[in-house]
Design a protein. Structure first.
Length: 226
């Protein structure tokens, strides 16, 4: 489809191009966090808050070697869990949340990770973004988790006017993109944000997609962080 087919003056036109180009760049969408089950995915996503996926992937093998299920996890003390995850930051809150949610899974969900947003968000340390990742990547439910990369790029590509409001960013993106694309697309935007449209490496005018959808833009974009 030629560029002339997209009306870059409108959010829908820019979204259409972004959707197509990212699918070309990233036909495969592996989950960046190493995991072997919905439970280990849940723990890895929780640990990724204010931490890089690379760092999480360095720390979880040691933890999961001792406990890759809630029954084994509750046998560990908060201090033992913290010793494994401390480099991921926000210690010991993350360790407390991991043990607490493991207890709740055993007491209320038969040791299984729930399949609804409400039940996931009721777990200690699990917010809407974490729940969205688990719902989309573990259970295949359409969701659009908004992390720092997605929030930044949505502003640079003029797909939202949410400013610092990630809730509105998520709502705007869901409105612009087909639901069937959400689960793969949120990962594609993250890949692109890490590789090409980084926080410091692009000012909203430099990378391929920014320069394409914003041809003629004269001023750098000042992104509002959540």
């Amino acid at each position: 489809m030629a560029l002339s087919s997209f009306d870059f003056s409108k959010p829908a036109g820019r979204a259409g191009y972004v959707d197509r180009r990212l699918a070309e760049l990233y036909p495969e969408t592996p989950i960046p966090l190493d995991h072997t089950s919905p439970y280990t995915l849940l723990i890895a996503v929780l640990l990724s808050a204010q931490c890089t996926d690379k760092r999480v992937n360095l720390q979880t093998p040691g933890l999961f070697a001792r406990a890759d299920n809630p029954r084994d996890m509750v046998k560990l003390t908060v201090g033992q869990i913290d010793a494994h995850v401390r480099p991921c930051g926000l210690a010991p809150r993350k360790a407390e949340a991991i043990r607490g949610l493991s207890e709740m899974l055993l007491e209320q969900h038969g040791g299984e990770v729930p399949r609804t947003f409400a039940e996931l968000e009721a777990l200690p340390g699990v917010g809407h973004k974490t729940a969205s990742v688990v719902m989309s990547q573990a259970w295949g439910v359409p969701a659009f988790p908004v992390d720092t990369h997605i929030h930044r790029l949505a502003q640079r590509w003029r797909l939202t006017k949410a400013g610092a409001d990630v809730v509105r960013t998520e709502r705007d993106l869901k409105r612009l993109f087909p639901e069937v694309h959400w689960n793969a697309l949120h990962l594609r935007i993250i890949y692109y944000g890490r590789e090409h449209c980084t926080a410091r490496g692009c000012d909203g005018m430099s990378c391929e997609i920014c320069s394409t959808v914003n041809a003629g833009r004269l001023r750098a974009v000042r992104v509002k962080k959540a």
